[in-house]
Design a protein around this ligand. Sequence first.
Ligand code: DX5
Ligand code: ZN
Length: 217
Amino acid sequence: MKIAPSLLSCDFSKMGEEIKRMDKAGADWMHLDVMDGHFVPNITFGAPVIKWIRPYTDKPFDVHLMISEPLRYIDDFAGAGADIITFHVECDSDITETVEKIKSHGIKAGLVIKPATPAEAVFPYLDMISLVLVMTVEPGFGGQSFMADMLPKVGAIKEECKKRGIDMIVEADGGIGDATIRQAAEAGVDVCVAGTAVFKAEDPGEAIARMKSIADS
Ligand code: DX5
Ligand code: ZN
């Protein structure tokens, strides 16, 4: 299991240091939650901030766009150093065009589904993306409770990809920690995002190692 700490739970006054801390703690990817106050009822940071924190690690930047019009900003986020850009299938931009725009920068594209959206919503796009992110909380805030009833979507996506011979990374985001990561692993999740569980831990390195061992046991 790969762990992607969500920087949403870090101290924003020292994001560079927080990224270094996560790098040392054994984070596989850095998960960056971009919110526009329109698609979700919260505002975080945009491409200029990502550009400033980019030099603090060589680990992949997994940029999760919770914004209404991702297509307008793909060039900015790719230019800021994103390695993976995921955006919501529920957004207002043209999905195919947005995926193509991301891939034109030579980086990975992924689609995200909110809790109310069925897995089938991403099926038409599976052959053009590298990753599906299944939200296990309502997007917008860290520290919410894990929705275990979202996990069957992981199996449905994996099964459809297998049927079609597509290699797909499935990521889960929201409410993941010691108590929930095993279920996510059993459902077939490849990458778990964790905000609160990592940043509120006394020793993030221990927290990441423990979550991985629970997931892989
Ligand atoms: C929620 C974000 C998540 C969030 C996860 O909208 O997409 O990445 O930060 O935080 P925890 O792990 O605290 O649920
Ligand atoms: Zn996220």
